[in-house]
Design a protein around this ligand. Structure first.
Ligand code: SF4
Length: 353
């Protein structure tokens, strides 16, 4: 399909957006820091859920300088529940570079943005176009769905080269005066009209008169996506070790999944009661009572945790806390220790949620 064919989408799309675009907190600003923050949060969470996190984060860290200077635990606490914690860590790394190399202001340059830690093509294009009016198109799942339907393009959207090619094609038609508006219009059309997981609302779509998939009554034949690999299942046993009102938590390693977060003690495999008690004794704790509690499953992008759990009351501890454990009550956990949502069922059990 030639650019001249789908260049027709620009005008009706902008007209539609002027009347129907969503009024979102991060739409009332051209502050690159705020736009950056919203785009990172939106990569993993629904718009409605992001609103609260966005407001809370900005209240605590209103500027890029504040983000650069924040303590790690405050950062993880503000992100608690959003998942993908490496994203906020990368934001802080990038913010520190911006403080040192760009005088504290995100650069008004697409390639320089792309060079910052954690800023990929989508986020760079979003910041560049919305904050600085640089004509770079965003391409994500929503945009790919609209594009492949309008063009009736059956290329696998999991193909990175295809994504690049779509970005180039949209860069060729994005209006130079208001590129950010065009990108936001594509985002909203893909979220509200040509939406995922439901029948597209072609009856109200501004692109219906030239959308090839619609004209052929084959809307749901696109986008084409190769099957994802099945997720790896990891069985584990979680121990809610309790001493009075306090529960034991420990800090995860500084690298990898959920790095630097706190968690209840757990081990791989499903242990029966006897094995669980032996495990607890191995931590130099004195188990007084054990009770099997609710099982839970948490799904990550590439793996699933299938958790069996016990609450174990332990005897009064000698002065030194064993094995790097911290004993904290629910209020302390809420206020100080970032605990990932992967343990939501057990956070609830401990009274943290
Ligand atoms: S006409 Fe239908 S399939 Fe085509 S872009 Fe609009 S909503 Fe999507």
């Amino acid at each position: 399909m030639k650019a001249t064919d789908y260049a027709d989408i620009v005008s009706p799309l902008l007209t539609w957006y002027a009347a129907n675009g969503r009024d979102l907190p991060w739409r009332n600003t051209r502050d690159p820091y705020r736009i950056w923050l919203s785009e990172i949060m939106l990569q993993q969470t629904r718009v409605e859920a992001v609103k609260g996190y966005y407001a809370r984060f900005l209240k605590a860290l209103p500027s890029l300088a504040d983000l650069a200077a924040a303590e790690e635990e405050q950062l993880l606490k503000l992100w608690e529940g959003l998942g993908y914690y490496s994203r906020v860590r990368n934001m802080q790394k990038a913010a520190r570079v911006v403080m040192e190399e760009y005088g504290g202001a995100l650069p008004a340059d697409h390639d320089a943005l792309l060079g910052l830690c954690g800023i990929g093509p989508y986020t760079a294009a979003a910041i560049a176009s919305i904050a600085f009016s640089i004509p770079k198109a965003v391409v994500d799942g929503n945009v790919l769905r609209v594009f492949t339907r309008v063009c009736a393009d059956a290329t696998d959207i999991g193909d990175a080269q295809f994504k690049k090619a779509v970005a180039q094609k949209l860069d060729a038609i994005i209006p130079t005066e208001e590129p950010g508006t065009f990108n936001q219009a594509m985002m909203d059309l893909g979220a509200m009209v040509c939406a995922p997981g439901q029948i597209p609302r072609c009856d109200i779509c501004p692109l219906s008169s030239f959308c090839r998939a619609h004209l052929a009554h084959e809307e749901t034949a696109y986008p084409v996506r190769s099957k994802a690999k099945p997720r790896k299942i990891e069985k584990m046993t979680v121990f809610l070790i309790r001493d009075g009102e306090n529960y034991a938590i420990r800090k995860r390693q500084e690298r990898g999944l959920l790095a630097g977060m706190y968690e209840p003690v757990h081990t791989s495999g499903w242990l029966d009661e006897e094995e669980a008690l032996t495990f607890i004794k191995g931590l130099h704790l004195d188990p007084l009572h054990i009770e099997r509690i609710e099982d839970a499953v948490h799904i990550f992008t590439h793996k699933e945790w299938h958790m069996r759990a016990y609450e174990i009351r332990v005897g009064s501890l000698p002065g030194k806390e064993p094995q790097g454990l911290v004993f904290a009550d629910p209020t302390q956990m809420r206020q100080t220790y970032p605990l990932p949502s992967a343990f939501a069922v057990y956070k609830k059990h401990m009274g943290v949620l």
